[in-house]
Design a protein. Structure first.
Length: 77
């Protein structure tokens, strides 16, 4: 087995306590916020979350995003 492979769950786990952006499947929206926790299904708990859509931005506070709805996860610069 190649030792240079990083599993997605380990990569996302390394982002805990950092600001991230999450793109949702089939919704055309993104969420930005502080990643507080995650589980083995990649369900995410975000604090200070902001929903970003074509209509604008909306402050949501604390949200949980179900892992099977996630298209991409990236650190927020």
């Amino acid at each position: 087995m190649v030792s240079g492979i990083v599993l997605p769950i380990k990569k996302v786990n390394s982002l805990v306590d950092t600001n991230i952006v999450v793109e949702i499947k089939d919704e055309g929206c993104r969420f930005e916020g502080l990643l507080v926790a995650m589980d083995e299904y990649l369900n995410l708990h975000l604090e200070d979350a902001v929903e970003i859509t074509a209509a604008g931005r909306r402050n949501l506070g604390c949200v949980v995003i179900r892992g099977n709805n996630i298209l991409s996860i990236a650190p927020l610069n």
